[in-house]
Each structure stands twice: as C-alpha cells, then as structure tokens.
Ligand binder design. Structure first.
Ligand code: SAH
Length: 460
C-alpha cells in the first residue's frame, strides 16, 4: 500500500499555508470548507485571500516564514512557486514531525490530497499515490456519475438512526443486512424524491417489523484464475458474503475482491496435502449458515467440475440449509482458450472429454478404450502425477504415440506457460510443469501455432 488513507477532522484545527497564489487559493478553499483554521504566510494576498481575511476566515502572518510557525499547527501546505523555499518548509515540518504537503512535488509530501467525490457525509477519495493525479481525476469523474446525489441524505438519516438500530438488532452481520436491505428498498426512492419524512417513516417501519434473516451458502465458481472471468453473480456473492471459505486454487486477485471485513478461511486442498478435511469444510458451511451468515464457498473453476461441489450441496440439502450454485469457467475452458487451443474443431475433434485421474476409490479404473478413441480431445485434470500411466495406457489402447499434447500451467494467469509435444513425451512434460496444470491430448493442440494470442510469462 503506497499510502495509508485517512479522513482527517480539521474542524477548529490549525493549518499553515505558505503561498497565496492561484494554487494556494484552491487549497485554502477546501481547507476552509473542512472547517480548518487557516494561517497564511505570503508577501501579498490575492483578492480571494483578501476577502477571506476581511471576513476573519484566515489569519495572515505576513511575508516571512519562520520555522516555529509550524510548532502549533496540525498540518502544513507548501504552495509557493519557489522550489527551494518549498523544500525548506517541508524539511522544517519533517523536523517537527508535522505532516506537510508540497503542491505538485511528490517527493516533498508526507501526506497527499486525493481527488474526492463529496456527497457528505459520504466521501470517496481516490489516490494514485502521487503518480498520476490526472488518472485519479479521471476515475473521480467516472465514479461521480455512478453515485446518486441523494446518497449523502441517505447516510445522514442512517447516522441519525444508527444507535436505535444497534439497540434493536444484535450482531454486526445482522445489522449490515438490515441496512443493505433498507438501502435497496423504497427508502432509497423516497430519499431520492426528497421525501425525507416518508423515508424515515419507512426506516422506522422496517425496524419495527425486523426479523433476523436466514443464512445461506453460495457455492461459487471462481474460474481458473483471471479475475475478469468471474461472472456477475460470482462477484455479487463474494461482495455480499460475511464469510468466505476458499480453495487453494483461487487466485489472489479474486480473493482481493472479497469484502474487506468478511472473514476468509482457507479450505484448500492440493493433491497430497489436505489442510482441512472435506468433512470439516462441509460442517463449517452448515454451522455458519445456521448462525444466519451469508457463506460463500469459493472454488477454483466450476464447483461442479471435479470440485466436490456436488458433495457439498448434498450435505447442505440434508441439513436443510438454503443454497445456490454459481457456475464458473472450468479450467478446461479457460486454460485452453488462453492457450489458443479450441477443444473441438470440425477438422479433427467432434467431442471433448473432461477427465480426472483421481477417484474416491483407488480401484476405479477409467474406460481406457473410450478414452483412446480418435477424433476427440481429452482434457485431463489433476493428471500430472499420473502422466506416465495415462500416456502408456492410451497408446496401449490405440491412440498414436504421436498424438499432439499440451500441458497448460497456471492457465489464464499472467504466469501461464504451455508446453506442447507428443503423447509419448507427456510424462517428461508433466514432470517439468508448474502446477496447477491441465493436460490436453488431441490433434486440436496443433492449432495453437496459429491461434496463440495470449502473452505468456508476464508474471511479476
Ligand atoms: N473445479 C476446478 C477443477 C478442480 S481440480 C475447475 O472446474 O477447473 C484441480 C485441477 O484443475 C488441477 O489439478 C488442474 O488440473 C486444473 N486446473 C485448475 N486451475 C487451473 C489453471 N489455472 N491452469 C491449469 N489447470 C488448472
């Protein structure tokens, strides 16, 4: 994090502003709006400053800056057009442990002023960490259009009722849901129309008739890695969740989209290392939902494709817990698309099979005869550890040893890598492949030479 964001209460607090030109005027304007007591050091005052001075809104200390002026101020702003002078002010502030912002000089700032959208008491601040104020302002414009003007009024009413809601409704999650429901209800329309009395009456009625909501579990497919492949339902679910149980395969970028105050629990398992047993995960889902929480079970790819989503849904069904399923882009679709390998193609593959080399019961044998048929594509999940057996059996049952194959690692992610070769080379390729890796077997792999579009190996 480049800067720690805070909103400072400047009411009645003193700010020293050095400079009184156009830029300083803008600074003074926003400082006064925030209730600060502004002391100005400048040779002369422009008309705006003169007006503020005659209204008693600023204090002019004259044209000479003394370091001790900083002693009893809360913040400082260096806004002169003399770089050397600004530098002196900044260093004097640093020595005294005072926050100083030097206009347009990122290196001379211990705090920076973000672009803001003001719907007080709702305020949104956007910062580029001093790297590109223009980009921050561009985002401000975009967000400005998304934020209705009455948002501030809704917040003001909510502020008035906050303690009564707290008295009536136990538990932060339940209160959050009460507010979320209220803001989506006709309370919103009434406030937008400026009918504030009716809006408050609606709030009061909803509070009187309040019943704790039931918990639920949403089994969400997070896709293979690239956060852009999340569905809208998935995004909504992870942003509404009180608690998220996620798999090891869910990318950091996607986890970063979970609401910041939601609890995140790793329920990940990779072949051979069971952090948390499946039964324990199932039990947690039921327990949290019965506590009235909105639980998201976030799984790599699609929950119903080799993801044990079926088993979890059965447990929820038996326990009488309400649940929903949000499908995701499964690895075989995502990784092949980003590798430029179409799963089917009229010239060489009329079908595609999604296969796993793992099964619950060790003795279960795949139907090798079917798997070895020609003119089909195999997408093999969790297969790298068994690549030798797979290649050997497919060749034994009739698939040519020269069938094109690919091993796609970290599909759809910036560090995606793809190896291509022939079926006889598969064990060697799989051994070298970073995980997670998906094996693709079939003539369609050759199309990658032509259709490779995704820039690979861009990992930081
Ligand atoms: N439910 C998931 C699959 C879970 S099984 C889905 O629908 O995609 C885990 C296996 O999926 C891994 O062993 C690997 O074979 C494959 N896999 C998952 N994500 C992948 C990715 N980003 N790139 C390549 N393979 C991946």
């Amino acid at each position: 994090m480049s800067h720690y964001p805070i909103f400072a209460d400047l009411h009645g607090r003193t700010v020293l502003l050095v400079g009184a030109g156009k830029v300083a005027e803008r600074k003074a304007e926003s400082l006064l709006k925030a209730g600060a007591v502004v002391r100005v050091v400048a040779q002369k005052l422009n008309p705006a400053f003169q007006a503020w001075q005659s209204e008693g809104r600023i204090i002019w200390l004259g044209g000479v800056f003394h370091d001790f002026y900083l002693d009893d101020v809360f913040l400082a702003v260096a806004a002169t057009d003399d770089h050397g002078f600004n530098q002196r002010i900044f260093h004097a502030a640093e020595t005294r442990g005072k926050f100083c912002n030097t206009v347009d000089t990122a290196g001379l700032c211990s705090y920076i002023v973000p672009a803001i959208i003001d719907r007080s008491p709702i305020q949104i601040a956007i910062s580029s960490g001093g790297t590109s104020p223009v980009l921050a302002r561009k985002w401000r414009q975009i967000i400005e259009t998304l934020l209705p003007l009455h948002t501030g009024k809704m917040a003001a009413i909510a502020g008035k009722w906050r303690s009564r809601v707290k008295e009536k409704i136990d538990g932060m999650e339940h209160r959050r849901r009460f507010w979320e429901h209220l803001f989506d209800s006709c309370f919103n329309t009434l406030t937008a129309q400026g009918n504030l009395d009716a809006a408050e009456a609606e709030l009061s009625a909803q509070l009187d008739g309040y019943r704790p909501a039931k918990g639920e579990v949403v089994l969400v497919g997070a896709g293979p890695g690239d956060a852009g492949l999340l569905t809208i339902h998935a995004l909504q679910a992870i942003q509404a969740a009180d608690i998220v149980l996620y798999d090891a395969l869910v990318s950091d970028e996607i986890l970063g989209m979970v609401r910041k105050d939601a609890e995140k629990i790793s329920a990940g398992k990779r072949a051979g290392c069971h952090h948390v047993q499946q039964e324990e995960t199932n039990q947690l889902l039921v327990t949290y939902a019965l506590q009235g929480l909105r639980v998201v079970r976030l799984k790599g790819g699609d929950p119903f494709v080799f993801g044990r989503g079926g088993e979890e849904a059965q447990v929820l069904h038996e326990a009488g817990v309400p649940y929903r399923i949000v499908p995701g882009v499964t690895a075989a679709l995502g990784a092949t698309a980003y590798a430029g390998i179409p799963l089917t193609h009229r010239d060489c593959a009329q079908s595609a099979l999604f296969v796993t080399s793992h099964s619950k019961h060790d003795g279960d044998q795949p139907d090798w005869r079917t798997l070895a048929l020609s003119r089909q594509t195999l997408a093999i999940y969790m297969g790298t550890l068994r690549a030798s057996v797979i290649a050997e059996k497919l060749i034994e049952y009739g698939r040519s040893e020269n069938t094109p194959v690919a091993v796609i690692s970290n599909g759809t992610l910036p560090n995606q890598s793809v190896q291509t070769g022939h079926l006889k080379d598969l064990p060697q390729m799989a051994e070298n492949a970073p995980r997670p890796a998906l094996m693709i077997i079939g003539e369609v792999v050759t199309l990658r030479d032509e259709l490779k579009w995704f820039q690979e190996g861009n990992a930081a």
